[in-house]
Ligand binder design. Structure first.
Ligand code: FAD
Length: 513
């Protein structure tokens, strides 16, 4: 993890020679590049920066380069985004790389062609921020390796590894990490955003456990940044979200002894019980063990308990506290407060401290976020009274056009975030994290669902002290990214960008001023 560049190494491995090929004069255009389809959007094939217009450069070992106008362009473009609501933004080309050296060559290709670079790891950013008009999208989806050093309790993971894959590799060594909650999210964008992960009460936001990053910078050099080397890049990588001036090819992570037993309780309350349960939750979270994580959703119930409900398609207040302990007894004690909650007799489902696996936890989350589906998402950090926020959202939810639309709320003690952002750009959080997930299936229903979501997001704004960069709708306003950081942090982020990428080789955050 030395902080020096690796240019010399690349020269000796022949990657430099490949770069000559990529920068070589354009080859004759292919027939497939000449005729854009409507699906490929206006201007396809006539873009002066597109491979179709200039001819396709040799790709050598770089991997798959798909240019706008190619027959497989639209399918490749859509594959970049997990959300079925793929934005109308059209890169000039998409390159799927297979190694660090490929990433170096991709940066050189972009520079030679005057294409700005956007990056894609797992494609789970809700607004599809890896798709940018006229740029080169570098798709890292093949970079999924991880190596674990159990003695040192560190792991080195490539950016497109998914939560389940990372946890399986660590679990085999008795280790774990505050991975994201959903199985298929990749760590690339998740860690950059801060990472609201499992067992956060004990392990903190995931970016806090990033010890170093390997990245390819705007000059096409592979470097390592940590607290001693390129400390400002390291600082930025821990919370900036999108808009990082480099491509991270590997995260060096601190990992933790895995909890020996995971205890899951599930309570399903009618929505008219918010007035009873939410004030109690607010007053109780401060006294819960840090090993307890509590998630709540105003939504359809989790599939595993639907059979217990007379109307399984209705929305309820679903509460699922999880205890990350070392024995069923420890978990039982940690989860015990939920068994004396007021209104427990009105809970329609009451499951206490079932011993579950990580796979079970991921399965619950996967069911809550179905795919494929069309999503429009907004999130707020809030200091407001949770009941005021949730009762307002309950009323709105009753008018939501789609039955799949839901509201997530995490009520926590005041988070220990450093608003001076001394060590990490991640600098904004509040005791209520509330997200409106507008979810529907059919593109014909876009307008009505998005209108509902716009109105709900506006209402959420009155309660917000800021947004989480990993989930907020960056396209909602040109200052939305800035509003995801403590005061002054956005300006510092721009200064670091300017220092390492003065020519704007990499795109900034989508839609931002
Ligand atoms: C179903 C679902 C569940 C989620 N659950 C959680 C959760 O539990 N906790 C949480 O915190 N968030 C969660 N998120 C949000 C998620 O963490 C972010 O959207 C994150 O950006 C996804 O990472 P990705 O690599 O898949 O995204 P991508 O769309 O691939 O990347 C997003 C952006 O990050 C940047 N980026 C990604 N990788 C790199 C890299 N290697 N180098 C440089 N820049 C890069 C790029 O600017 C890119 O455009 C969830 C999202 C979904 C869709």
């Amino acid at each position: 993890m030395a902080g020096h560049t690796r240019r010399d190494f690349l020269k000796t491995t022949g990657a430099g020679a490949l770069a000559v090929g990529l920068g070589a004069p354009a080859q004759p255009p292919t027939a497939s590049g000449a005729a854009p389809t409507a699906a490929q959007g206006p201007g396809a094939g006539t873009d002066p920066q597109s491979g179709a217009g200039q001819g396709r450069p040799p790709t050598g070992n770089l991997g798959t380069v798909v240019w706008r106008g190619d027959p497989d362009y639209e399918a490749t473009r859509r594959r970049m985004v997990w959300n079925a609501r793929v934005p109308d933004r059209f890169p000039a080309a998409i390159v799927t790389v297979s190694s660090d050296q490929d990433v170096v060559e991709a940066v050189k290709l972009a520079r030679a062609r005057g294409l700005q670079i956007s990056v894609r790891s797992g494609g789970h950013n809700w607004v599809g921020s890896s798709l940018r008009d006229g740029g080169l999208t570098v798709d890292l989806s093949r970079l999924t390796n991880v190596t674990v050093d159990p003695a040192a309790r560190v792991a080195a993971a490539q950016p497109a590894i998914r939560n389940t894959e990372l946890m399986a590799a660590l679990g085999a060594q008795g280790l774990a990490f505050p991975s994201g909650h959903c199985p298929t999210v990749a760590i690339g964008g998740y860690l950059l955003a801060g990472g609201e992960g499992w067992n956060q009460g004990s392990w903190g936001p995931a970016c806090q456990s990033v010890l170093a990053i390997d990245l390819v910078n705007a000059d096409g050099e592979l470097i390592t940044a940590d607290a001693q080397h390129y400390p400002d890049l390291y600082w930025m990588a821990r919370g900036v979200g999108a808009g990082f001036p480099g491509i991270i090819t590997r995260y060096h992570l601190r990992v933790y002894p895995a909890p020996k037993v995971l205890g899951l309780s599930i309570y399903v309350y009618p929505l008219d019980q918010l007035e009873t349960i939410v004030p109690w939750l607010k007053s109780t979270v401060g006294s819960l063990a840090p090993s307890v994580e509590m998630m709540s959703l105003m939504s359809q119930p989790p599939p595993s308990v639907r059979g217990q409900l007379a109307d399984p398609s209705a929305r309820y207040f679903n509460l699922w506290p999880v205890a990350f302990g070392d024995s069923p007894e420890e978990n039982a004690a940690a989860l015990a407060p939920f068994e004396s909650a007021p209104g427990l007799d009105r809970a329609l489902v009451r499951q206490f401290n079932a011993s579950v696996s990580w796979s079970d936890l991921f399965a619950i989350e996967a069911a809550a976020f179905p795919e494929p589906a069309r999503y429009d998402v907004e999130v707020a950090w809030s200091n407001a009274d949770p009941l005021a926020v949730l009762s307002d959202l309950r009323t709105r939810l009753a008018r939501a056009p789609s039955p799949d639309t839901q509201i997530l709320a995490a009520i926590t003690p005041p988070p220990t975030v450093d608003p001076t952002a001394r060590e990490m750009a991640y600098s904004l959080a509040a005791p209520l994290y509330v997200t409106s997930y507008c979810i529907w299936k059919d593109a014909a229903d876009d307008a009505v669902n998005m209108a509902w979501q716009r109105e709900t997001a506006r209402a959420l704004e009155q309660f917000a002290v800021g947004h989480y960069i990993g989930e907020t709708d960056l396209t909602a306003s040109p200052t939305r990214a800035a509003e995801s950081f403590a005061p002054g942090v956005w300006e510092r982020l721009q200064a670091v960008r300017q220092k390492y990428d003065p020519q704007g080789v990499f795109f900034g955050h989508v839609g931002q001023a």
